[in-house]
Structures are given as structure tokens and as C-alpha cells.
Design a protein around this ligand. Structure first.
Ligand code: PEP
Ligand code: MG
Length: 324
């Protein structure tokens, strides 16, 4: 199979009914960048920047961050890299930083809530990203945004750093700004959100956690709800239709996107960009190239009306019947 996936590397991720899919890769270490070219992903749809912050005993400074981000952009060799700003807290604890015991860390002081409360940390990271890009196109994505006001606040910090870069004689930054959609509340502000962003990415790990009120790390309840449920897929389809109508690119970058059956369902919901772990690129591309989206989309219209808790068996049977 590995050999087969290697052959797929340079073939396009296009469905049998002609729909082009952007198949991206998730990364979090410099080491991951070599996989980008090996697996043939179209770019890095999610670069998790927190790992170097967690591996050290103090915050990396602007110089250290700039050096790292520059290497990442260099190694991408012109392919897009979507840098997600610091997403710590919740299940990603910074030992030197979060002094509080929280009863519900997943719902607590985490992610953009921290970096908006500690704007110097956010600004240093943005400054490092702008310097590293040095006039090359840069994509920045903010995590755990729960309301448009938070995105506006983050954007303001970015604008300050853009002005700062220009004033200090750096090349004019070319930046695409996106938001993660991980908190259901944000989906109820799509009309005010979409004019403010260049792209949206659904983090299905946190999204499922908050849609079902299910701790993503608790094995006792891990199988209780299925992402292939009418609730989750109706949500996906709604967000996809809003983004589509506004012409804003939408991706899914949670683990769900890397499992072929789930990826099939996401395509049926109208999602056209997936960002998956590097080992999942081959299997997902194989699925895409054997899939006709129109029939599964029509079938989903029917499935979403059912009261079932999981559509997994039906979708699997459909895939088998249609040689997906
Ligand atoms: C997600 O929540 O789906 C996501 C991609 O972010 P992380 O897994 O890093 O929380
Ligand atoms: Mg997340």
C-alpha cells in the first residue's frame, strides 16, 4: 500500500465526477516538513505552533521564533503554510505559564483567550511570523475563536504588527487571515464573520467536543457520539453553505478529515479542503479519486433527516456499493 500511495503523490486529488479537492497536511514540528514533499500534500493546512513553546522552559523570544518560522516557510518551497497562533491551555499545558487549577480546562483560560489577555505574547508571535515571511505570502489562523469580537481584537494586534514591520523598513507583509471554527457559537455569527476573514478552518476535534459536550480525552465516553451523526454533519453542511455563498474557502483540519469515510462525508457536506496528518494523505487521496460526490451528496440529504445517532454503517455500505 505504501508503494501505491507513493505513486499517488503527484496525481491530483480530484473526484471521479471532476471536483477538485485541496488536500493539505497538518504539522507541528520542523521535522514534519519533509513529509510535505514526500506525501504530495498541497500545503500545510494547519501548523500547530505550540510544540516548541511546550518543549522549553520559557517562552521562545522573537528571534528564536523568527528563525524557526523562516525554516518552515523555506522548506514549504512556495506551498501555503497556515500558521495557527499559540493554542495552549486545555489539554496542552505550558508548565511555566498557567498557574491556575481549573475545574474545566477545556472550557477555561486557553488558546486565544490567553493570547488576547497577554497581547505581548501574541504580538511577538505575529512579529516573528511577519519577519520570517519577509514579504512572502503568509497565512495566519486564530484558534478557539468563540465570537467575532475576539477575531476583531486579534486582527487589531496583527494590524499593529504590520504597521510596525513597515515602519521598521521590512517588506510589505502579504497576509491571509483566517479563523478556526471550533466553538459552535461562532457558527451563529457567520454573516458578520465571513467578510472579515480570508478563510475558515473547522477544528473538528474541539468542535465535536463542544457540540456534544464530550471531553475529547476521556476514553470512557470516546465512542458515545459519532462525528458521522446527523447533528455534526448538518452543522458541517450549514457552515459549508455559508462559506460557499460568501466565497470564503473552508477547510476541516481535525482528525475526522484524515479518516477516509469521514472525509467522504465532509465532501458530501460541501467541504472542498481537508487538512490531515501526513500518513492520511495517501488513503484520503485514494478515496477522493474513487468518489463521485453528487450521489453521496444526494444520499446525505436523505440521511440527515433520520433520527439515527450514527450514519456510519449506512455511509460505509454506500462506499462499498459504489467502490469508493
Ligand atoms: C481541532 O480542535 O480539531 C484542531 C485541529 O486543533 P487541536 O487538535 O490542535 O486542538
Ligand atoms: Mg482545537
Amino acid at each position: 500500500r505504501a508503494a501505491n500511495y507513493a505513486k499517488l503523490k503527484d496525481l491530483p486529488a480530484i473526484t471521479s465526477d471532476g471536483i477538485a479537492v485541496r488536500l493539505m497536511m497538518n504539522a507541528g514540528l520542523l521535522l514534519d516538513m519533509q513529509h510535505l514533499h514526500e506525501c504530495g500534500a498541497d500545503g500545510i493546512g494547519l501548523y500547530r505552533t505550540e510544540l516548541p513553546f511546550m518543549a522549553r522552559s520559557s517562552l521562545p523570544d522573537v528571534v528564536a521564533q523568527t528563525t524557526l518560522y523562516r525554516k518552515i516557510i523555506d522548506q514549504a518551497a512556495g506551498r501555503q503554510v497556515v500558521f495557527r497562533t499559540l493554542d495552549v491551555g486545555g489539554d496542552k499545558v505550558l508548565p511555566y505559564w498557567n498557574p491556575y487549577e481549573e475545574d474545566n480546562p477545556a472550557l477555561g483560560w486557553r488558546s486565544i483567550r490567553i493570547t488576547l489577555d497577554r497581547p505581548a505574547v501574541m504580538r511577538q508571535q505575529l512579529r516573528a511570523l511577519i519577519r520570517a515571511a519577509d514579504g512572502r505570502e503568509l497565512s495566519i489562523m486564530f484558534p478557539m475563536v468563540a465570537e467575532v469580537a475576539e477575531l476583531v481584537q486579534a486582527r487589531r494586534l496583527l494590524d499593529m504588527e504590520i504597521a510596525h514591520a513597515i515602519a521598521s523598513g521590512h517588506a510589505e507583509p502579504r497576509i491571509k487571515v483566517g479563523t478556526m471554527l471550533e466553538v459552535p457559537a461562532l457558527a451563529f455569527q457567520m454573516d458578520s464573520l465571513l467578510p472579515l476573514v480570508d478563510f475558515v478552518s473547522i477544528g473538528s476535534n474541539d468542535m465535536a467536543q463542544f457540540l456534544f459536550a464530550i471531553d475529547r480525552g476521556n476514553p470512557r465516553i470516546a465512542d458515545r457520539y459519532d462525528p458521522l451523526s446527523p447533528a455534526m454533519l448538518t452543522f458541517m453542511r450549514y457552515v459549508a453553505s455559508k462559506c460557499d455563498a460568501a466565497g470564503v474557502p473552508l477547510s476541516v483540519c481535525g482528525e475526522m478529515a484524515g479518516r477516509p469515510l469521514e472525509a467522504m462525508a465532509l465532501l458530501a457536506c460541501g467541504i472542498r479542503t481537508l487538512s490531515v496528518s501526513s500518513p492520511a494523505v495517501g488513503p484520503v487521496k485514494t478515496m477522493i479519486r474513487s468518489l463521485a460526490v453528487a450521489p453521496v451528496r444526494a444520499y446525505l440529504d436523505h440521511l440527515l433527516k433520520l433520527p439515527d445517532r450514527s450514519l456510519r454503517d449506512r455511509l460505509r455500505a454506500f462506499a462499498l456499493d459504489h467502490d469508493v
